[in-house]
Design a protein around this ligand. Structure first.
Ligand code: ADP
Length: 471
């Protein structure tokens, strides 16, 4: 019997070795590099001699059959990565996906057992925070946890043999997870649960309610999808800086969902077929990290009206078609959500706005009343040390009527910088020591507001309101 194992991101060589197959199993490495010349093209002589060698081996060992196991690390399945002549040798193909939560729990148990450490931590809770991790990542996680444990116990030697009574606690895993998540997201820009609490968002509570309902329904009742519930993507539109990204992140945090943010232009590539491949890659990364929200910022640049853009070769048309295909594929899963954001919904291909795709359009507008401006100011100054003379209501009364959340953010950060400058100035002119936190006063806010130019003009606003009424 011949088996070809399709490795998707998994260190299955280690996995197979650890399963302790009998020695008569032959284990090939990554089969897709086999019989290629230095340019990566098929070396026909090497292929034919490999095939004949395998057939000869099989003939010679009829009474004592050899089993050939090969692994292949390919995102699109081994069929596209391995030459057909070689692929024909393998009768069975096993596609191995990234492990789910239950499998990760079992792997964590197994790895800790193998390392000879006992565990006092809740491993299923740890596994829930490792979406997208593969076997090798989990092994690294356990090593980090062991190291943290040693550090905690002030043991200098890391030799497991000499310290068999290591017991990993929740705290060891928490620290290890922080290290792994930081490394993981830097390495492959992986999705992670954002840290934007609802207190960081001022106003917008109606929109939050609407988005939460759309997302929570399939999560809480996955069976409804089978009975015909149509999934919908959400499109947030409105002027820039009104909190669309912030809103999507807060919803992801609230529902403990991973968040994969993609800016439309990032996916476009000059090479033929690469832009569509990038779209596919985004969805497959999100699938590996599910439950996950994919957030497409500047969607209009990624999915303009088909047939109207004048790019040679119709790259944008193909990207839109790929996006449509991926979004249609989401209908079966209850754990992937798509949120788009744009300033120009009128430029987006209408096929993307049909039911089951981005069919929920929500307008995120600017703050026109003092109440909503106040709630944004409260959110933005949450971590500020305010002087006793500051009353945010009075500060808000100094603001122009029509400002965006980003304008208010600029007022607050500017006021903080002015306060810092004053502290440094006082220190250099004979003041006592530097205070532990910068205190922002009403004068600082006043100066920052004088320098503020609202980012949205009356004409821009009229334009956005026209689009909102049209949609
Ligand atoms: P958009 O995605 O609509 O262009 P962002 O969400 O990126 O805007 O907002 C830019 C910044 O403005 C945010 O990082 C945040 O600091 C601030 N901001 C915008 N809206 C709000 C809001 N409603 N509450 C608090 N901060 C806000």
């Amino acid at each position: 019997m011949f088996i070809l194992i399709d490795m998707e991101k998994c260190d299955y060589t280690t996995l197979l070795r650890s399963l302790q197959f009998p020695e008569r199993w032959l284990n090939e490495g990554d089969v897709k590099v086999l019989c290629r010349d230095k340019d990566g093209t098929e070396d026909t002589r090497a292929v034919s001699s490999f095939v004949s060698e395998v057939e000869k081996l099989f003939q010679e060992t009829k009474t004592f059959p050899v089993i050939l196991v090969a692994t292949c690390n390919s995102k699109n399945g081994c069929a596209s990565a391995v030459f057909p002549t070689l692929a024909r040798l393998f009768l069975h193909v096993i596609h191995m996906q990234s492990p789910d939560e239950l499998q990760r729990t079992a792997m964590l148990q197994w790895i800790s057992q193998k390392c000879g450490v006992s565990v006092n931590a809740d491993l299923s809770h740890v596994a829930a925070q490792t979406s997208g991790f593969i076997y090798a990542d989990l092994a690294a996680l356990v090593s980090h946890a062991v190291r943290n444990n040693f550090k905690r116990m002030k043991v200098t030697s890391c030799d497991e043999q000499n310290s068999p009574d290591v017991a990993l606690s929740n705290a060891d895993f928490e620290e290890a997870l922080d290290i792994m998540h930081a490394a993981y997201s830097e390495a492959i820009d992986a999705p992670k649960i954002p840290k934007v609490s609802w207190n960081d968002v001022g106003g917008l509570s109606d929109l939050k309610e609407e988005i939460m309902q759309t997302i929570m329904l399939p999560l809480q009742h996955p069976g409804l999808l089978a009975t015909g519930l149509k999934r919908s993507g959400i499109l947030l539109f409105g002027p820039p800086g009104t909190g669309k990204t912030l809103l999507a992140k807060a919803v992801a945090t609230e529902c403990s969902l991973n968040f994969l943010s993609v800016k439309g232009p990032e996916l476009l590539n000059m090479y033929v077929g690469q832009s569509e491949e990038n779209v596919r890659e985004v969805f497959s990364r999100a699938r590996a990290a599910s439950p996950c929200i994919i957030f497409f910022d500047e969607l209009d640049s990624l999915a303009p009206n088909r047939g109207k853009t004048g790019d040679s070769g119709g790259v944008m048309d193909r990207v839109v078609s790929q996006l449509l295909a991926e979004m249609d594929g989401l209908q079966e899963t209850s754990h992937l959500f798509v949120i788009g954001a744009t300033n120009r919904p009128d430029l987006i291909d209408p096929a993307l706005l049909r039911p089951g795709r981005f069919d929920k359009l929500l307008y995120v507008g600017i703050s026109e009343d003092k109440e909503s401006q106040l709630s944004i100011m409260v959110a933005l100054t949450r971590r500020f040390q305010l002087r006793s003379d500051v009353n945010l209501k009075d500060v808000v009364s100094l603001l122009p009527d029509k400002v965006t959340g980003a304008d208010l953010y600029s007022v607050c950060s500017h006021a903080w910088a002015i306060a810092l400058r004053t502290e440094i100035h006082n220190l250099m002119h004979g003041g006592s020591s530097m205070p532990s936190a910068v205190e922002v006063g009403v004068e600082d806010f006043r100066e920052a507001i004088i320098n503020l130019t609202p980012s949205i003009s009356e004409e821009d606003l009229a334009y956005f309101q026209k689009i909102r009424d049209k949609l």
